[in-house]
Design a protein around this ligand. Structure first.
Ligand SMILES: Cc1cc2nc3c(=O)[nH]c(=O)nc-3n(C[C@H](O)[C@H](O)[C@H](O)COP(=O)(O)O)c2cc1C
Length: 538
């Protein structure tokens, strides 16, 4: 067991270092791309064809405007000496920038090769450890002896694949840079810039896969986890932000719209203005869409509507509310492993984004571990575990020790959830459970600055900041009211005038007035064109 943990720890460290190198390489590639574009621009100025002086029309224009400057311009072959000198300088700077890029990229690539080799060795050692432990455990039951050791292998494979892509990318960049000359044709340059940009895009897809290690996670929360709250949490330091649970029946009725005015992607019930979910490009790599479902086909149909705009899809398997249980969703799934299999396998097979789920504890730790193992075998990249049972109330303490049992039994990252109320609790729950990442719900709802390593801001400041975000992202007023009321109820009292005024507010403008944010409200409104004219269905 110890050798396994050491192996895991080592590969995570290699992976982290590798990805830091990859990010640097990406930055270098982007900077070099600018040099390439400048080269293309500079050359196009130098290669501009001269004016056809034999044309009657041009001849007339020249005659009518004949000045000394125009004459010398035509005599010089229609090249402005100043522009030409500038373009030549730009070409030389671009070429030297590109050569410089190759040298730096090659150094980085060598470092990445070393890490890829280390990861390969780690994989071999892991295989050896696996073999030895299965030899030792031949007398135990089958499940124990065949336990996989996937993390090391998966990380090492990912490193190998990304490294090989980067090597190919470098080879292509080298070829492009070596073939650049003042005689390169515009067609050639067009192809080079396209190829360069294509590799950057392909690289993005390969590396922006969701990583569930060492993450601070905003939990899914109905009515709270809308776009503005997710953006607020991310600003304070949340790495992954779950949206509120949305039921598949509702999502399948939606169409996707781009709201140009507010810069959001919206999923709106067809034939209505009922906004069901909204997101934006900025959170594309961290937002997890949480789905409520009891049927694999419907879950797929619903997920397909949003999957291109989110980082991952998660299935809610923990909601104990009557409407969920009666609909066979949420915690009702915990006792239906075949249905869990159906849903997760269908989504995994058909979607390109990671598919995960969030569970609660079952009656006994052994039952929870058994279910978690079944889920792991379906190939999910992570599992979120809320440390309470279905019958527990929020005031009952979360059972971190039972989350620890799940962590010990699984190889995939576990996201521990329950009773994280201070920044210090992130490390406490990690130490107590061994979980890879930590998820927080109420602690964030009451004060989203819980994610900040600098310490919490005053809740009143956070509340105002949240309202500004709601105005900016044009959030639903009902969600905004609900969330602000939750903050007040926790820190103050809803019976005071502030709470009563919030209950009476009908619009975001009313709320803005209440908190003296009218100027902000109108500034945002005025810089947005009329939303309805710009909405269109894609
Ligand atoms: C207002 C609110 C809404 C919630 N909505 C969801 C939800 O949509 N999906 C879900 O899986 N859990 C939901 N939960 C449960 C939380 O995600 C979390 O599991 C639970 O609150 C325990 O975490 P905590 O102790 O940090 O609050 C909700 C909790 C709260 C307080």
């Amino acid at each position: 067991m110890e050798a396994r943990n050491e192996g895991k720890q080592k590969i995570f460290e290699i992976f982290k270092e590798f990805m830091t190198g990859i990010t640097k390489l990406e930055e270098l590639g982007n900077a070099a791309n600018n040099f390439l574009l400048r080269f293309q621009q500079g050359l196009s100025i130098l290669q501009r064809p001269p004016i056809v002086t034999s044309s009657k029309l041009i001849e007339n224009i020249i005659k009518k405007n004949e000045t000394r400057r125009l004459k010398s311009y035509i005599e010089a072959g229609c090249i402005n000496i100043h522009d030409a000198a500038q373009s030549t300088r730009a070409l030389r700077t671009s070429l030297s920038g590109l050569s410089d890029h190759l040298i730096k990229a090659q150094c980085l690539l060598r470092e990445l090769e070393r890490l890829a080799d280390e990861a390969g060795l780690g994989m071999e050692t892991a295989a050896q450890v696996d073999k030895e432990s299965s030899d030792e455990l031949v007398t135990c039951d089958e499940e124990t002896t065949t336990l996989p050791f996937p993390e090391v292998t998966e990380y090492a494979t990912l490193i190998a694949v990304v490294y090989s892509m980067m090597k190919q990318n470098y080879a292509m960049q080298e070829k492009i840079v070596r073939s650049l000359s003042f005689k390169s044709s515009s067609g050639e340059l067009e192809t080079y810039t396209l190829m360069w940009a294509f590799f950057v895009a392909a690289f993005d897809v390969a590396t922006k896969m969701m990583d569930y290690q060492n993450k601070l996670v905003l939990a899914p929360m109905v009515r709270v986890g809308t776009l503005s709250f997710r953006m607020l949490a991310a600003e304070y330091g949340a790495d992954i932000t779950y949206g509120e649970e949305i039921i598949d029946h509702k999502l399948v009725k939606c169409e996707r719209r781009i709201n140009v005015a507010s810069g959001t992607i919206e999923f709106v019930e067809k034939g209505t203005e009922n906004l069901v979910f909204s997101t934006c490009d900025e959170e594309r790599n961290r937002v997890v869409f949480q789905l409520g479902t009891s049927d694999a086909v419907r879950a797929l149909k619903a997920s397909e509507i949003v999957c291109n705009d989110v980082a991952a899809v998660d299935i809610n398997m923990g909601c104990p509310k009557a409407f969920s249980i009666q609909g066979g969703m949420g915690a009702a799934l915990l006792s239906k492993p075949e249905l869990i299999h159906d849903i997760l396998a269908t989504l995994k097979r058909n979607l390109d984004v990671p598919v995960t789920c969030k569970i609660r504890l079952l009656k006994s730790p052994a039952d929870t571990v058994e279910l978690a193992r079944r889920i792991e075998k379906l190939g999910v990249p992570a599992l979120a575990v809320h440390g309470r049972k279905v019958a527990d109330r929020p005031r009952d303490p979360a059972k971190w020790d039972e989350i620890a049992d799940v962590v010990a039994a699984l190889s995939i990252p576990v996201i521990a959830n329950g009773d994280v109320l201070e920044y210090g609790d992130f490390s406490r729950i990690k130490a107590a459970t061994g979980a890879a990442s930590v998820m927080v719900a109420r602690g964030a709802m009451w004060n989203a600055s819980i994610f900040s390593p600098k310490g919490k801001s005053h809740w009143e400041d956070v509340k105002k900041k949240y309202l500004r975000k709601s105005i900016l992202w044009n959030d639903d007023v009902k969600s905004t009211k609900y969330t602000i009321k939750e903050m007040i109820a926790h820190h103050s009292c809803l019976e005071l005038p502030e709470g009563k005024s919030i209950s009476k507010a009908d619009t975001l403008e009313d709320l803005a007035q209440l908190y003296e944010l009218e100027d902000y409200y109108w500034t945002v409104k005025n810089i947005r064109p009329l939303t309805h004219d710009l909405n269109y269905v894609l």
